[in-house]
Structure formats: C-alpha cells, structure tokens
Design a binder for this molecule. Structure first.
Ligand code: UN1
Length: 468
C-alpha cells in the first residue's frame, strides 16, 4: 500500500494577506492513527505518576509560557489576527489556567463515605479516562487548548490534540513548550490537519475515550452523531447569540461601553460576544448615541484586528449584506476598511430596525456586528433575549436589584452577567451554556474534573481489627 505523503500548508497573516508567516506539514491519516496509539501506550505510566508531580509540570509550563510571552503572542497574532495586546492577555490567561490546574494535582481525588456495615470501608476515587481527543478552534489559539489540555493532563489522561489548521504554528509552539516543561513524550500528541479529514479518525478511534471540542454547531453535531453511538464521553462548546439588556435605570455610559467591548473585542470573534442589545424605549436614543460614540473610538488596524481568514471575512460580509437585504438599517460601519485592504479588516458595525424574524437576530455572525433593538420594558427584553436557539451568555445593565435577580433566574444561559459584558471567563469558574451552545459537561473550575475523570466506588470488607 502506498503511504500517503504529507501535504504542506503555508500560513498567511490576515492583517497582511500576502505575507507568508511559515509552513506547516499536515499529518496523514496513518500518522494520526500512530499518534493515537502512542497516546494509548503513554497512558499507563503517566496515569500512575503522582498527580502532584503532574501538576509540577504544569507549573513549569506556566513559567515557560510567561517567559515566551512575546514571541508566542507575536506568532499567534500574525497567524489569526488578534492584536498583540489582546494576545498578550491571552498568554497570561493561559498561564493562570495552567497554575490553577497545577494546584489540582494537590487536591482530593475522592471521599470516604459511611457504610451500613462496620466491617466495610467505602470510598470513592477519581480515575482518569485514558486517551482524550481535544479539538480546538482558532479564535483563542492559546487559552482554549490550555483550558482543556491542563485538566486532562493533571487528572492523568493522555491527549491527542488537533488545533485548528488556521493556528497550526501556534499549536506547534505550545506543544514544543510542553516538552520543554518536562512532559514525557507522547503524553501530549499534536496532530495537524483539517478536521474534515483527521477529525473522524480521532472521534472514531476505539482508543479515544472522550472528546472535548470547541467550535461550530455543525461540527459539534457531527461529533455527536459519530461518537455518541460509540458511548464516548463528549464535551462540546458551540455557538452563541448573546444578548445584553439595557434598562432605563442603568448607568448608560457603562452599559454602552461594555456592550461595545462585548461586541467588538477580538473583532467579535468570540462565542461569548455580545451580538444583540435590547434597550428600553425611554433611553433608546441616548443609549444608541453612546453606542455609536464608543464604536467610533475603535481604531481598526490598531485597537481592533482583522478577521482571522478570507473565509471569515467573506462570511461576515455576507451576514452584513443579508441583514441589509432583509431590511435592517446599518447606522454605523458595515464595510471593509478601504485603506486597510491588505488585510481582512471590517468596520465595527451597528444595525437598528432589526426584527426577530431576520437572520441577524438569530444566527451567530462571529464578527464585529451588533444588532440593536428597542423594547417597551424589561418583560419584552427578557422574552426576546431568551428567544434564541443559543444560551451561552447574557448581560443586563440595571440598578434595580429585583430585576437583576429575576434576570439571574429567568435568562436561559449558562453565564449570567449583571452590569458586565457577555464575554470573559476565569479558570476557577465553570464555563458553558444552555440550549444549543453546549453539550455535556462544563469546562474549567471544579467542573473540569467531572469531564476528565470518572469515579470508582471502592468497598473494602473486613476492616475491623479483632483482638485474638
Ligand atoms: C471569553 O469570552 O473570554 O470560543 C472566552 C469562545 C469561547 C471562549 C470565550 N469558548 O469564544
């Protein structure tokens, strides 16, 4: 049988589309299978190592990440377009994720339970799953992989990791740093290639016990269809269409600033981005004026990077064209930036006169586009905010504590924000959504343990010492 040869892919800078920033050799199906097998072989020794020692390696990795902060942030920024300061922030976040999970190596892995019999000791013990497949997107090329890989490793699993092909060089950099940090070979195996080709190999392999994926709903559904019947543990973080509500009693300055930040940070390419805002009628005009004021402060090319790829650029422009065609009114932006045609730059874009029948109210754009709605009151706002197939994050801006508490109860999302933007996540807190935004287990915090370990219940009979 002829062995497949590796395809070579060039990576281009989305801020300067003719600049080739490096090449990456894509793995073949055979090589991917070999990596899965290598992960399987590495599992025994890794899982037997003390979790404290595994945590030490994560600590070292956090130090290395900080040491390599600048070159890594520059590479990742050139590969997917996020500005360097945004990427520096992401590297720091990566280090704090690693430090949080490093400490997990020192925490309890089970509990002692009372037994009905005095002759028995009954306890639980968390054990790793085995080989886990981690498939990560391009929009957080450092933080998302680390918030999956770090818990997977500290709890004793071995990992096959496929970063998005759009950020293959950044992925390779991180994998190399793990080796430098002292991770034994084959405990983390990176595979490079397209999900359409290698994804199925990972998902269907009998060696792979669990799959953690962040990305599109279409791919998430495919993973459920393929891996669900195989009884694999599945964790999916998918799309969002996150709403913010601005009530008449809100601090409008704060609400407008954070709504624009929520919508435009990272060029809107976050599953937690604010993409709809519902404003109470009595403050509508004033709030819209303030939204425009903050949108104007964004300097595209400086404080806001390009979209990550041609495909993203075309998709966002298509969403904008469709919104216009369906009757929404663009009051700000809406075009590529003419002077920056060397990159995939799009203006921060605001739409009004949007109805809930329009695609702009329902589909995830994943770009710097915000749909603005006028509502009569809080009741209409929450009804419309919940009118979505997604349920990741939602914000309310108000000074009314009863409405804020009502919102905590009634908003159909996993991440509820009071007087704060829809995005953001801290490593110690569980992250995930409701409805079509997530499947299975929450990520990060103590919730990560639920996904990356399984409980054994142990009974020891005959423990009572009897004097002979
Ligand atoms: C954040 O808002 O900082 O892909 C985190 C995403 C999410 C992570 C968002 N899984 O955008």
């Amino acid at each position: 049988m002829a062995t497949e040869t590796r395809e070579i892919r060039e990576q281009y800078n989305p801020a300067n589309t003719s600049e080739c920033i490096g090449k990456i050799e894509l793995h073949t199906v055979e090589e991917t299978e070999a990596k899965i097998e290598a992960s399987g072989k590495a599992f025994g020794e890794w899982s037997r190592m003390s979790s404290v020692a595994r945590g030490e390696i994560l600590h070292k990795m956090a130090d290395l990440l900080i040491e390599h902060m600048e070159p890594l942030a520059e590479l990742a920024s050139k590969e997917m377009g996020k500005t360097v300061p945004e990427m520096i922030g992401e590297v720091k976040r990566g280090a704090s994720i690693l430090r949080y999970f490093a400490q997990e190596g020192m925490r309890a892995a089970g509990e002692v339970l009372p037994s009905v019999s005095e002759e028995k000791m009954l306890f639980t013990k968390r054990v790793p799953l085995g080989v886990v497949a981690i498939i990560t997107p391009w929009n957080f090329p450092i933080a998302i992989p680390l918030w999956k890989i770090a818990p997977a490793l500290v709890y004793g699993n071995t990992v096959v990791w496929k970063p998005s092909i759009e950020v293959a060089l950044t992925g390779q950099y991180i994998a190399d740093l793990f080796l430098k940090a002292g991770l034994p070979e084959h405990v983390l195996n990176i595979v490079q290639g397209r999900g359409s080709k290698l994804g199925t190999v990972l998902i269907k392999s009998p060696i792979v016990k669990a799959i953690s994926f962040t990305g599109s709903n279409a791919v998430g559904q495919q993973i459920l269809n393929e891996a669900g019947p195989l009884n694999k543990k599945i964790q999916l973080e998918l799309g969002g269409k996150n709403a913010a509500i601005i009530l008449a009693d809100a601090d409008l300055e704060l609400a407008a600033r954070l709504t624009i930040e929520g919508a435009m940070k990272q060029t809107g390419q976050r599953c937690t981005a604010t993409s709809r805002v519902y404003i109470e009628a009595s403050v509508y005009d004033e709030a819209v004026e303030k939204l425009i004021k903050y949108a104007k402060q964004i300097k595209v090319g400086e404080t806001m990077g390009p979209l990550a790829s041609r495909q993203q650029f075309e998709s966002v422009m298509e969403h904008i064209a469709r919104a216009k065609a369906q009757g929404a009114k663009c009051i700000f932006g809406g075009k590529p930036v003419a002077e920056l045609s060397h990159g995939y730059y799009v203006e921060p874009t605001l739409f009004v006169d949007v109805t809930h029948e329009m695609d702009l109210a329902r589909e995830e754009v994943f770009g710097p586009v915000l749909a603005i709605f006028k509502v009569a009151d809080y009741e209409e706002a929450i009804r419309l905010a919940n009118d979505s197939e997604f349920g990741l994050s939602a914000s309310i801006y108000t000074a009314n504590i009863q409405k804020a508490f009502d919102f905590i109860e009634r908003s159909e999302v996993g991440l509820v924000q009071i007087n704060d933007e829809t995005g953001g996540a801290e490593p110690q807190a569980p992250f995930g959504g409701m409805k079509n935004s997530s499947t299975g287990f929450r990520e990060q915090g103590q919730a990560a343990k639920e996904f990356f370990t399984v409980l054994k219940t142990v009974t020891i009979n005959g423990i009572r010492y009897k004097k002979s």
